[in-house]
Design a binder for this molecule. Structure first.
Ligand code: BG6
Length: 608
């Protein structure tokens, strides 16, 4: 996600900002910029591309003299990566410069109101709204204007602002997006995380939501929203830098597993307004939906497993036939597509070659393409008729977790939206699904709690040679993801199987002590699943059961049981996948594998 660094002190600001932004590169970004007060105005330097481009633009900082500045690396969410969409964003007169990390959910509403007051916007970003609103409210007191702006914003934000009228002050605030204050000798800092300024100071204030910071050379003042001063406890850190970059976690994968509740909130919340699902600028109409006689879903790897869930969910709700293919097969099987076909393409990176090729083949055959992508402005996003972004933020670990989970959430949003357009849902059913969507992040948070049980089980089984994942219906789709996660990072051989299919061959592999993970969250098929459990146990298998809390009674029928909070049937995959992600992580961790960069794998395969 985006990164912020701010500095006020006795040294030149630009080189310090560049150094801080370098430490934030790991978070993933597509453009970078800075604003420095250079004696009579705010000098802005920003561009799309790597930090090196900015570094060259400002000649390592030499071109921007001045000892007060804010810097930013941008991970695009609203508005494609471009020079003009890069931060800092500035107000109409150039008086204010703003850097932002997060999503302003009500930016369109504020933008429209400002446009009616003759404010011209130059970028596509949500952030520019903050800069323009600051100038709109500013009557001479920066803090007053800043607090007024903050009280108008909805969503997540970490903000750094400069005003040319008072260059001796740098203001900042956070809500849901992290921000820390670094304290030095006659110099002070603000940054998205501790590692980015750990070279300059080890003394910090950790900011809480809506604590407004005023930084000067002499010191730091912190106010609440009523402008009352707040005392903060100083935190001294003596972390090792490499650990600090992962937010204190040992691996990016674990950090990203733990970020899933926030990623889900960021992906779901902006799309539910007054109890209704609003899908950004998806322009599918009921008439168009009615003309589709088939939906094809195409993806690779874990994204394909989301597609398998999507098939069950979309067919269940819309009754439109859905087929799902891995992209490398789809593109060569002469798919039967025409203008009555909708192709849904799912991809975290938006650059996977097989998926991109399948998309282009679909367009060539006349199909309409809607993509679910995590990277704004990626090739797949650019080539699609409609795009639904997962706002998971950049995913560093090769094995996907938070992007996968947010893809599931977008599938639920889309399926409910389409079913409603087609008149397939009663008002009560629709409202219930919306409530379930809004409750999902908290339930995922709960599912993340029983890590210790999963770690204990992994410590007993990480030397296993073959592990089977079985399930029925949506649990079968989840068994695929559970199996892939395990293979990807622990290198333990594993297979996912439709539980009802075992008896037609694979059950021959069951031996004394074979580990079988039975995913049994589907209520109507629970009994059938338990007979499959009996089948494998009677042949010596050891069964790890996975079900929802309200089915704890199956504990007597398995050797070990993980439970997750219950949810409506179509959203149970989002909960069942959590213990499987943790299980794979701990198995790989016990084996000492390179969890973030597994052998032979790439985060995105941009070649065939
Ligand atoms: C593989 C990754 O290379 O590509 C998987 O290792 C991923 O994690 C798959 O699911 C598809 O990638 P993407 O970016 O198209 O979702």
């Amino acid at each position: 996600m985006c990164g912020i660094v701010g500095y006020i002190g006795g040294d030149q600001a630009a080189p310090i900002l560049l150094s801080g932004l370098e430490k934030l590169e790991y978070r993933g970004y597509d453009s970078a910029g800075m604003a420095v007060y250079t004696g009579d105005s705010l000098q802005i330097a920003k561009s799309k591309g790597r930090l090196q481009v900015l570094h060259d633009l400002v000649d390592g900082g030499k071109k921007l003299p001045g000892s007060v500045g804010i810097g930013h690396t941008r991970w695009a969410t609203h508005g494609k990566p471009s020079d003009i969409n890069s931060h800092p964003q500035v107000s109409k007169s150039g008086k204010f410069a703003v850097v932002h990390n997060g999503i302003i959910e009500n930016y369109q509403e504020i933008k429209q109101k400002l446009i009616q007051k003759d404010v011209n916007f130059v970028s596509e970003t949500d952030t520019e709204v903050v800069a323009q609103l600051l100038e709109y409210y500013y009557k001479g007191d920066i803090l007053d204007a800043f607090i007024k702006v903050i009280s108008r914003l909805q969503g997540s934000y970490a903000l750094g602002i400069l005003c040319v009228d008072d260059p001796e002050k740098l203001y900042a605030v956070r809500k849901d997006s992290p921000l820390v204050v670094g304290l030095g000798e006659h110099e002070n800092y603000v940054a998205s995380d501790i590692p980015s300024i750990l070279n300059f100071t080890r003394d910090f204030y950790r900011l809480k939501d809506n604590e407004v910071v005023e930084l000067t050379r002499q010191g730091v003042k912190i106010f609440n929203m009523e402008k009352e001063p707040i005392e903060k406890e100083l935190v001294h850190v003596d972390w090792d830098l490499s650990v600090a970059e992962k937010g204190g976690y040992e691996h990016f994968m674990f950090k990203e597993i733990m970020e899933q509740p926030k990623a889900l909130r960021d992906t779901i919340s902006p799309r539910i307004k007054d109890g209704r699902i609003v899908l950004d600028d998806v322009t599918l109409t009921a008439e168009q939906l009615k003309q589709f006689n088939r939906i094809s879903i195409v993806a690779c790897g874990s994204a394909y497993h989301v597609g398998v869930v999507a098939k069950y969910v979309i067919e269940k709700l819309t009754r439109i036939p859905v087929e799902v293919d891995v992209a490398s097969e789809f593109r060569y099987r002469q798919p039967i597509l025409d203008s009555n076909s909708l192709v849904i393409v799912i991809s975290q990176s938006g650059e996977t070659a097989d998926t991109l090729a399948a998309l282009r083949e679909s367009k060539r055959l006349g199909a309409r393409v809607l993509s679910i992508v995590n990277v704004v402005g990626s090739s797949i996003a650019n080539d699609s008729d409609d795009v639904l972004y997962t706002w998971a933020g950049p995913e560093i670990a090769v094995a996907t977790t938070k992007a996968y989970s947010t893809q599931l959430a977008v599938v639920y949003l889309l399926a409910i939206y389409m079913a409603d357009l087609l008149g397939k849902l009663s008002a009560e059913e629709y409202d219930e699904y919306v409530r379930e969507l809004q409750a999902l992040p908290d339930k995922v948070e709960q599912a993340l709690q029983n890590k210790e049980d999963i770690q204990y089980f992994a410590s007993k089984h990480f030397s296993a040679k073959d592990i089977f994942f079985i399930g029925r219906n949506l649990d079968y789709a989840i068994s695929m993801e559970g199996s892939l996660k395990l293979k990807e990072i622990s290198y333990i051989h594993s297979e996912a199987y439709a539980a009802g299919e075992l008896k037609h061959g694979t059950i021959s592999l069951m031996e004394e002590g074979t580990l079988v993970v039975a995913i049994a969250t589907h209520q109507q098929l629970l009994e059938k699943m338990m007979s499959n459990v009996i089948e494998v146990r009677s042949r010596g298998a050891l069964v790890l059961g996975l079900t929802t809390e309200d089915n704890g009674q199956i504990e007597k029928d398995v050797d070990f049981l993980f439970t997750v909070p219950s949810a409506c049937e179509i959203m149970r995959p989002s909960l069942a996948v959590i213990p499987l992600q943790l299980f794979s992580y701990y198995m790989a961790s016990m084996k000492g594998c390179d969890i973030d960069k597994p052998r032979n794998l790439a985060k995105s395969v941009t070649v065939e």
